[in-house]
Design a binder for this molecule. Structure first.
Ligand SMILES: *[C@@H]1O[C@H](CO)[C@@H](O)[C@H](O)[C@H]1NC(C)=O
Ligand SMILES: *[C@@H]1O[C@H](CO)[C@@H](O)[C@H](O)[C@H]1NC(C)=O
Ligand SMILES: *[C@@H]1O[C@H](CO)[C@@H](O)[C@H](O)[C@H]1NC(C)=O
Ligand SMILES: *[C@@H]1O[C@H](CO)[C@@H](O)[C@H](O)[C@H]1NC(C)=O
Ligand SMILES: *[C@@H]1O[C@H](CO)[C@@H](O)[C@H](O)[C@H]1NC(C)=O
Ligand SMILES: *[C@@H]1O[C@H](CO)[C@@H](O)[C@H](O)[C@H]1NC(C)=O
Ligand SMILES: *[C@@H]1O[C@H](CO)[C@@H](O)[C@H](O)[C@H]1NC(C)=O
Ligand SMILES: [Cu+2]
Length: 617
């Protein structure tokens, strides 16, 4: 080996210093940028206004397309209205991303659960015809997605258009932030026919009650002995995930409103805008107004209706309404949108309560912070738990229900205080408890395919409650064979307002009232069947009743439940197992069944009654 001369050493040194320095610099930059990336991935944020504006260049007439999404579900601390609270979010953003698609499209959502509790996503209002196992309903169509697990929802959207949403169907997890909008576009020509007031811009507006504590801790308090159905009162509300609390009102909370503001809607001052309201909250009914604006109501739960001019919109949890807003003349530029919770239905005085949340409608950009000087509509605030009067709303696409129902199911909805002073929700004598590891769908299909026990179910039995496979005291399952038309007459024996939702269908609202249903209603006679309103979530008012009709033609198991999260968890839920003959021949895909075998699926489930009373057998 030749000996290095001194000069060479010197050269190496001179060259290597800047090289090492440069290398270090590059490594440093890489490290910093990786850190920034990590932060972008995990530091939670509020959804940007533009994310909820529908695509103005949407091509209505192509397709079908596949819309594919990757969602990471994880826990974060976020302060949507100033108050920090633990939340469970999709991709660290509140509320969840918009799914915008056309009728006929295939939706693929890869869900990766990085949270500490199990989850599931339900696609509210979607028919899932042929894909019942993608309905996302714990205890009914699937087992939860355990922490650390992934699951892919894959289904086609067909036979429906309009405004829908998605949410977790695991206990009350939706209320911790797992909610988001879905919009299904029809063909252009159909859209023009169905929406009778033209508009140029199109947006979604999510309204929601907003709690400061985790739903799991509120739920355990609500269900504990001695609580007579005192639903937790939400201290606040948000519009598109935003609110603005005065932190000095909340000395016991970690609150900061730096970078927080009311939801801001920059609307065109020339053209009409469609606003698709969705109540994604757990409990509160909202009354929505825009100062000095009248608007046209044009859609109810995905069903386009002839325009109705109103200036106040009442919306219950899970319901959707589209309104068309026309810019006023003269135009003041700035107006308040007010979303008020109907506090009459609240069980107690909540010291932290701020019942109204506001958004800002802005017609022209301003340099100053936008503070509207607009005036509220003058009438008094609602004093009863009453829904919007929908009897004047008529669907554009006329569809008369079958003239007579094959079956009438009359059910009494009530809260009863039973043993151990536990207050629970009942449909007649049944109070639902989700069987986390044995969803109805697989219990039925595997039961039928593995055992040929004739008594297991009776396919020759055209209809009735399946009390052979399911204990009706906790799992009330109405089973049908073939296609049947079913009337449900629900009567409310308490003072709450219950937005009842049927999965997999829209139903007709045939009649509604208060007190005892009249004889003709009980017999299903003398009803106006000429084009009654159809929707998927109907209000059962305080001491009221409602008669709905639907055609049980969608093979699967479909939940029918109160969409008030607290009431659903207290047991106000039953199921329809439709077309048992068709379903018996179908298999639940392996990847859906496989969810049940994973450890941790019960994490985050509502409390079992046995935690208070102990187990007796
Ligand atoms: C969510 O995050 C994943 C992983 O970073 C990414 O692939 C996906 O595009 C994000 N989705 C949305 C809707 O932001
Ligand atoms: C969706 O539609 C496509 C094309 O019609 C079909 O091949 C596929 O099986 C459907 N998927 C489901 C889940 O029904
Ligand atoms: C408030 O919450 C934020 C976010 O979790 C945290 O960074 C901050 O330290 C908290 N402040 C107080 C006073 O607890
Ligand atoms: C609802 O509206 C209909 C038609 O506009 C009207 O006949 C009816 O009296 C209203 N019902 C209530 C309870 O106000
Ligand atoms: C529910 O209870 C009412 C009152 O006892 C009864 O008339 C009705 O038939 C019951 N419904 C069912 C489906 O059993
Ligand atoms: C579901 O599909 C079946 C068979 O194609 C059809 O008869 C039925 O009307 C559909 N039901 C719904 C709710 O989409
Ligand atoms: C997870 O579920 C458990 C049990 O219900 C509950 O105590 C805990 O607070 C939940 N965690 C989150 C982040 O929701
Ligand atoms: Cu209810």
């Amino acid at each position: 080996m030749p000996k290095l001369r001194k000069k060479n050493w010197f050269t190496i040194l001179v060259i290597s210093v800047p090289v090492v320095w440069l290398l270090g610099f590059v490594l440093h930059i890489l490290w910093v940028s990786r850190k920034i990336d990590d932060n972008l991935g995990t530091s939670p944020q509020l959804r940007a206004e533009e994310d909820y504006i529908l695509d103005s260049t949407w091509n209505f007439d192509t397709g079908p397309n596949t819309r594919e999404y990757h969602w990471i579900i994880a826990e974060h601390e976020l302060n949507p209205d100033g108050v920090y609270r633990p939340m469970t979010l999709i991709n660290a953003t509140f509320p969840g991303p918009l799914i915008e698609c056309s009728e006929g499209d295939e939706i693929v959502v890869h869900v990766q659960n990085k949270a500490t509790n199990a989850t599931s996503i339900h696609w509210h209002g979607l028919f899932q015809n042929g894909s019942n196992y993608m309905d996302g309903t714990i205890g009914i169509t699937q087992c939860p997605i355990a922490p650390g697990q992934s699951f892919t929802y894959r289904f086609n959207v067909s036979g429906q258009t309009g405004t829908y949403w998605y949410h977790s169907h695991m206990a009350m997890q939706a209320s911790d932030g797992l909610v988001g909008p879905i919009v299904i576009h029809p063909r252009r020509s159909e859209e023009i026919a169905l929406q009778e007031v033209r508009y140029m811009e199109d947006r979604v507006v999510l309204v929601s009650d907003h709690y400061y504590d985790l739903s799991s801790s509120l739920l355990i308090q609500y269900l504990q002995p001695g609580n007579e159905n005192d639903e937790p009162v939400p201290p606040a509300a948000v519009i598109n995930g935003r609110g603005l609390r005065d932190c000095s009102d909340l000395p016991n909370r970690n609150c900061s409103t730096t970078d927080r503001s009311n939801a801001l809607f920059d609307l065109s001052s020339e053209h009409n805008t469609r606003l698709r309201f969705i109540n994604v909250g757990a409990f509160a009914e909202f009354q929505i107004q825009i100062d000095e604006h009248e608007f046209q109501l044009t859609e109810v739960d995905g069903v386009d209706v002839h325009p109705q001019a109103i200036h106040r919109l009442n919306i219950n949890p899970a319901q959707r309404y589209s309104i068309i807003v026309t810019p006023p003349t003269p135009n003041k530029g700035l107006y308040w949108m007010r979303a008020r919770m109907v506090t009459h239905c609240f069980a107690y005085e909540e010291p932290e309560l701020s019942e109204e949340v506001r958004g800002i409608i802005r017609y022209a950009p301003t340099s100053e912070p936008p503070i509207p000087q607009s005036k509220d509509w003058p009438e008094v605030i609602e004093v009863e738990c009453k829904d919007l009067n929908t009897s004047a709303l008529a669907p554009v696409k006329e569809l008369a229900p079958p003239e007579k129902a094959d079956d009438l199911i009359y059910l009494r909805s009530s809260f009863q205080i039973g043993d151990w002073r536990l207050s629970r929700g009942f449909l007649n004598d049944s109070s639902y408890r989700a069987s986390i590891s044995h969803p109805t769908l697989s219990t039925f299909t595997t039961g039928i395919q593995e055992k040929s026990d004739k008594h297991l179910y009776s396919l020759s039995m055209p209809y009735g409650f399946n009390t052979y496979l399911f204990d009706p005291s906790t799992t009330l399952v109405y089973q049908t064979t073939g296609v049947r038309t079913i009337d449900i007459l629900l009567q409310n024996f308490d003072d709450g307002n219950h937005p009842f939702h049927l999965h997999g269908h829209t139903f007709w609202i045939l009649a509604a009232g208060h007190g005892y249903p009249p004889e003709n209603v009980r017999k299903g006679e003398g009803l106006d069947l000429r084009n009654p309103l159809r929707r998927d979530t109907a209000s059962l008012e305080s001491y009221g009743w409602v008669l709905i009709r639907f055609v049980a033609d969608n093979p699967g198991v479909w939940a029918f439940h109160c969409h008030n999260g607290w009431h659903n968890e207290a047991g106000l839920s039953m199921q329809f197992l439709e077309r048992a003959d068709v379903l018996a021949k179908r298999k639940v895909p392996e990847e859906v069944d496989a969810l049940c075998a994973v450890e941790g699926i019960e994490k985050g489930a509502g409390p079992d009654d046995s935690i208070w009373v102990g187990k007796w057998d």
